[in-house]
Structure formats: structure tokens, C-alpha cells
Design a binder for this molecule. Structure first.
Ligand SMILES: NC(=O)c1ccc[n+]([C@@H]2O[C@H](COP(=O)([O-])OP(=O)(O)OC[C@H]3O[C@@H](n4cnc5c(N)ncnc54)[C@H](O)[C@@H]3O)[C@@H](O)[C@H]2O)c1
Length: 394
């Protein structure tokens, strides 16, 4: 529990597309405040600043880092900027929460891990899936022993990104793999030890040219460290007729859990040793707002102001990606004010991100097994605290 007189963490939200959804959550968290916002164009910056009553508005990221009143940055800029911007922020003495993935190279991930260990600052990759209500539910089932011995986990993230601008065309699927790698590793708090991946199919030549990545689908097996469990992850981004799918399946000796993000469909829980018709059952997933401080509980189920078109939106995901957004903010802020590590911390974020980056290397090498570097292994740290252990006063 933080000291009663704690000074709220002063946060700057950088990147105001997806990032704007988090502004009211930072504003209403009892131990945080959204002191500043930053994005490139003046018009949108002012539109959002006025909508949320934020006076400090920066168009230049360097000005955010030079502002001595800012404790932490929440980075939501395009993927190639995540690594360099996180590194600059840590060098400037700011705590960092950054949207996924952590970075686009092993070198950037290692620099972030080293900086966090040198400075004692907090770094958290804001992976939404591991704070979604479906994940919190299955983690609770696993932690309570209901599933029995975990035998296998698998996850997918398929998204048709055709027509998206800038850095997206031709992006290797496994370069953005944290939505499927994250839940597989977070369930029992394990690291990926090695990865083997195959590429399947072929995307259009103009897309291949961008990154030299020919595959329509990449599917990888991850061997987990200190575990007999293997995980399988599947990614696609182009020329595959699946508009959106996130899924997570956990196979246990007593019960198995199968979930995929399709509107209105509840996950299926399979229970062993029952009569055949009783084995599969759809189960309602509870909301985990009670784990949060009261002022931000409503953000698990309610949309927030979308400054893009000045509408109040009700997100189809239900409060944004399975209600994860307020949990992410709470985890990051709690880690800063209590002095513990967030989950995932820098090493864990690097392990999840590098598992994807190395999976792509493996696919290019015909499925060769590639070890994860040791500096991505988390060890037993305060970060081992699980999301479902959290209490509102954390
Ligand atoms: N579930 C998830 O975890 C999830 C969901 C959506 C988006 N994202 C991630 O969020 C990030 C942003 O996505 P988006 O759709 O909002 O993109 P976007 O292009 O709509 O917005 C990018 C924002 O970053 C700002 N920006 C870019 N370069 C900047 C710079 N140098 N300095 C300051 N600001 C800068 C832009 O002005 C803009 O506000 C991406 O990395 C995306 O992958 C994650």
C-alpha cells in the first residue's frame, strides 16, 4: 500500500491515437495525474488538450523529456519509435510505460533492460491481453488449481492489416507477437527459453519487398524455462482471410479453457471425467473491476472520450481490450508508488518481444530452434506478483 501522503505520479501521454483512451484513466487514478500530452500535429493536440483540460501540450518529444515536473511517460507512438523513445526517456530519468511491442530489435530491448537495471526506474510494456478479463479469469482458474496440471497452452493473433499506412505493409507477423506470446508466458509466470517457427504461404511481392518477409502466417512453438509445458503461437497480418482473431487456450489435466475474441461468445470450459454432453460448457467471465481503485473501476466496461471525433464511444471490446486499460494504468502507477516491479517488467517485456523477433529469424532459417538470450530471463523478483493477486490498495 502506498504512503497516504504520496505525491501523484505526473504522467505525460505521448501519441494520442490509441493513447488518448488512457488520458481519463491517468487523470482519475488516485495516485496519478496526466500532467502533459504530446503528439505531432498542433490541431489534434489542442483538441484533445481542451477536451480533457490539459494545459501542458508538447509537439516535440524532447520537450517532454526536458520537463522536470514529469515523472513518467506513457508511449503510444508508431512501433518503430517504441524502442528509441523508451531509451531516451529512461536516459532522461523518466519511468516508462510503452504500448506493444517493446522494440523492433534485440539491441534496443537489451539497452532498455540495462538502463532499467542501472537506474532503478520502472519500465512496463502495456500488453493488453494479460490484463483482459478473459485472461484474469483463466489465470484465477489456473492459480486456484481448478485446471489441474497445465499441459499445453496456445494463442493466436490474426489481423488483416492490408491498407494500413507507414511501417505496417509487409511487417513480419512475429514482429508484433506479444498479444499471443504474452498470455502463454504470463499464465504460470514463465520465460520463453527457445523458439522454433515455420513460415507458411506467401504474401504479395510488393509486401514482401518492405521487410524481406514472405510469409502469410507464422506459427511458432516456444519451450518454457523451468517447465515441461510447450506453447504454440500463431500470427497473420496480410493476405489471409481472417479480419480479427485473438484466442487463448489452456489445456489442463482437470479442466481446459478455450477462448477466442468473437463478439458475444463466452469461453468454453471443458471438464474431464464427466459424461460426454457435460464436458464442454460456456462460462460467463466476471469483470475484475473490484481489483481497481474505485475512481477507475468504470473504465473496465465503459468507453472513454474519443477526441478524434468528439464522441463518447462504447467500445466493442468492453472498455477497451477486455477491460484491460485501467488495470494497465493501475499496475504501472502502483509499481512506481510502492517501489515494486510492474508486470511485465523490462526483462519480461524483452522476453515476450524477443520471442517474436527470434521466431521470425527461425522461420527465415527454416524452423531452426533459436535460444532466447539470458538477459531476458526474469528470475524471482517482486515482479512475480500476479495480476490476480492485486488488491485495490496496491
Ligand atoms: N491492444 C493494443 O495493445 C494496441 C491497440 C491499438 C494500438 N496499439 C499500439 O499503439 C501505437 C499507436 O497506434 P495508433 O493506432 O494510435 O497510431 P496512430 O498513428 O493513430 O497515432 C500515433 C500517435 O503518435 C504520435 N506521434 C508519432 N510520432 C511522434 C513523435 N515523434 N513525437 C510525438 N508524437 C508522435 C502521432 O502524432 C499520433 O498521435 C502503435 O504502436 C500500436 O501498435 C496497441
Amino acid at each position: 500500500m502506498p504512503p497516504a501522503t504520496i505525491r501523484p505520479v505526473a504522467i505525460a501521454v505521448v501519441g494520442l491515437g490509441f493513447g488518448a483512451e488512457f488520458i481519463p484513466i491517468h487523470q482519475q487514478h488516485p495516485h496519478a495525474r496526466c500532467l502533459a500530452i504530446c503528439q505531432r500535429s498542433r490541431e489534434k493536440l489542442d483538441q484533445i488538450g481542451t477536451a480533457y483540460g490539459i494545459e501542458r501540450r508538447y509537439q516535440n518529444y524532447a520537450d517532454v523529456l526536458n520537463d522536470p515536473d514529469i515523472d513518467a511517460v506513457h508511449i503510444n507512438t508508431p512501433i518503430p519509435d517504441h524502442g528509441p523513445m523508451s531509451i531516451r526517456a529512461l536516459r532522461a530519468g523518466k519511468h516508462v510505460m510503452c504500448t506493444v511491442p517493446m522494440a523492433t530489435s534485440l539491441e534496443e530491448c537489451k539497452t532498455i533492460v540495462d538502463l532499467v537495471e542501472q537506474t532503478g526506474l520502472r519500465y512496463m510494456m502495456a500488453e493488453t491481453v494479460v490484463y483482459s478479463r478473459e485472461f484474469l479469469f483463466v489465470k484465477h482458474l489456473a492459480d486456484s488449481g481448478s485446471l489441474g496440471k497445465i499441459q499445453f497452452v496456445q494463442a493466436s493473433h490474426q489481423q488483416d492489416m492490408d491498407g494500413w499506412p507507414d511501417y505496417w505493409p509487409g511487417l513480419p507477423p512475429m514482429h508484433y507477437a506479444t498479444h499471443c506470446v504474452g498470455p502463454c508466458l504470463a499464465l504460470e509466470r514463465k520465460d520463453a527459453l527457445e523458439v522454433s517457427c515455420f513460415g507458411s504461404g506467401r504474401i504479395r511481392d510488393d509486401l514482401v519487398a518492405a521487410y524481406g518477409s514472405p510469409f502469410a502466417i507464422e506459427s511458432a512453438h516456444l519451450k518454457l524455462r523451468d517447465s515441461d509445458v510447450v506453447a504454440r503461437v500463431i500470427r497473420s497480418l496480410f493476405d489471409t482471410a481472417r479480419q480479427y482473431r485473438e484466442s487463448f487456450d489452456v489445456y489442463g489435466s482437470k479442466q481446459s479453457f478455450e477462448w477466442q475474441a468473437v463478439d458475444g461468445e463466452e469461453p468454453i470450459l471443458h471438464t474431464a471425467k464427466l459424461s460426454e454432453s457435460q464436458i464442454p460448457k460456456r462460462v460467463p467471465v466476471p469483470d475484475y473491476a473490484h481489483l481497481l481503485p474505485e475512481p477507475i473501476q468504470r473504465f473496465t466496461t465503459h468507453g472513454v472520450y474519443d477526441a478524434g471525433d468528439h464522441q463518447h464511444l462504447s467500445f466493442t471490446q468492453g472498455g477497451g481490450h477486455g477491460g484491460s486499460h485501467p488495470h494497465l494504468v493501475h499496475e504501472f502507477v502502483s509499481a512506481i508508488v510502492t517501489g515494486r516491479m510492474p508486470y511485465p517488467n523490462a526483462r519480461q517485456s524483452a522476453n515476450w518481444t524477443c520471442a517474436g523477433l527470434l521466431a521470425h529469424e527461425s522461420a527465415l532459417a527454416g524452423g531452426m530452434s533459436v535460444p532466447l538470450p539470458e538477459w531476458t530471463f526474469s528470475g524471482k523478483t517482486p515482479a512475480d506478483k500476479t495480476p490476480s493477486d492485486k488488491t485495490p490498495s496496491d
